[in-house]
Write a protein that binds this ligand. Sequence first.
Ligand code: WT7
Length: 642
Amino acid sequence: MDIADWKTTDWILKEDRVFESDPNLVKDSNIMTYARGKGFSTLDELYRWAKNNLEEFWKDMASQLEWFAPWDVVLDWKYPDARWFDGAKCNIVYNCLDRHMHTQVRNQVAFYWEGESGARRIYSYASLFDEVNRFANALVRMGVQKGDRVAVYLPRIPEQIIAMLAIARIGAIHTVIYSGLGSKALAERVQDAEAKVVITADGSYYRGKVVELKPAVDEAIRFCPSVDKIIVVRRAKNRVMMVTGRDLYLDEALATADRYQPCAEMEAEDPLFILYTSGTTGKPKGVVHVHGGYMVGVYATTKMVLDLRKEDMYWCTADPGWITGHSYIVYGPLLNGVTQLFYEGAPDFPDPARMFYNIDHYGVSVLYTTPTAIRYLMHYGERWPAKFPMERIRVLGTVGEPINPEAWIWYREAFCDRCPVIDTWWQTETGMHIVTPVVNMPLKPGSAARPFLGIEADVMDADGNPVPPGKGGFLVIKTPWPSMMRDIYKDREKYESYWKTIEGVYVAGDACTKDEDGYFWIQGRVDDVIKKAGYRLGSMEIESALVGHEAVAEAAAIGIPDEVKGEAIKAFVVLKQGFSASDYLADQLKQQVRENMGVIAVPDEVVFVDSLPKTRSGKIMRRLLKAKEAGLEVGDTSTLEE
Ligand code: WT7
């Protein structure tokens, strides 16, 4: 079976038009301004130069930020470990906030927050600076110190951003957990990180309803002895249980806090955050990012890929609970001093006009969203976007999963037919965009174009040989980049496995082909990671939630192609003796997954089977199930059995 068969998508290469963007829209792009400053008149010249002068390029980017003390070397690469800007001292929050207090940016809006119900709050850079300082001081008063881990389990409200910045300001390490995850998922992450404090809210609003958060925290921390304080933000004003001495409301903690809390001086290589993501085992992986290199990587890509400028109004529809929100809502935009919209709710609530209304009302000029959101809106039809002029839009970005050419073209036609569509490929582990077009490139719908400046990526077979154009292989990164993960928390071996699956290169876990022009076509995961609506879910995590039910003996969860969500989850369940299959039981099992893992992990379909295909050593052969679902010729399975 060829690796090219393992695509989750079957649309690749069905569209062969090449799109150019309106030259007026892209002529003063940040990347071309940089190119000209280096004496280059074309993008190709700049890319060629950066390829041979990787450290020089990243040094240029780092030099645009402020450092408390300079670095000794740009890159210290001892395979598979990189240290970037080693010896330097900095704090990413200083560059997001303090640095702007001496410039015009001070009085500019950092973000407009729009609640789902229409509530509004506006934060200038100066007021955000104040809020972050007070929150940071409250944390210090609670005994949080440099290096301590603090968990953030909040909905998309301003306090989510403020909490992250406050934690990082004092040199503590944030671990943000998406508020849609269930109590078991929360417990696992808080436990692994050994967080001292959990920051949550009474509840959140989603699709017009109050979603409770505090009960999930109460349940989870029964298994988390490291936690000694819970800070609760009042959002939905629903009644919650508060434990005296352990739980306190944020407003009470802030009431006695100082207005200024000095920014901790960090080593460039000191950890900034741990973000958990799903892999092929039952346990989530704690991806570790650091202050210095991560800062430089997200600063540079926000500027050159999203092309954000001071006069822009930017909107990224992601949640800071995932890496997209970390890099391109919280850190990247603030580092660049830009203004954004931060929206609490669902893009189609109360109706499909919401997304277009928000764009029109706020004058959004750069939009960054997911293929799933685009396909949802596409399915509601043209009449919704047609009502809104959306005149200021100039850049359209997408992320999280492969985008099919049909959705790509609809995105452009519905939102702005002269604009570049920037399909950015990257991962929690990479921290920043890796394979992506920039606004001045000719664009091919369905392709993420080329490796970014200062990145060397390729497509290889399992033995590490580059594969010829048009052939399927593994997407690999050949050289270190500043915002690469530095570790998997408490799992050094797992970290190394990314760089040792194919000796000498970083293996991303995606299948890919490259065309004659060097454009990358990413086809989906080759491992047991499911990408449902852009969410990254581990088969084994879903299976272990299912097996937690008394009726279940064994379970296998796989991703199957879905027109809107990219992939849907199908679960195969073997029941224990004495239990019989029913729709009722299937619903109960879905409920079990919802409570444990959260609503995003709920199987779309549960089927009961007598047995599961396994290897001789007893491992479930999910690939076989997947191949059968896709209608592929499975053929000889003897090699698979190993
Ligand atoms: C996986 C990483 C990157 C931030 C959000 C997801 C898939 C991501 C693309 C894209 C095709 C994509 C890959 C990757 N993916 N962007 N533009 N085209 N696939 O981060 O949760 O760590 O997931 O998302 O499969 O490995 P993540």
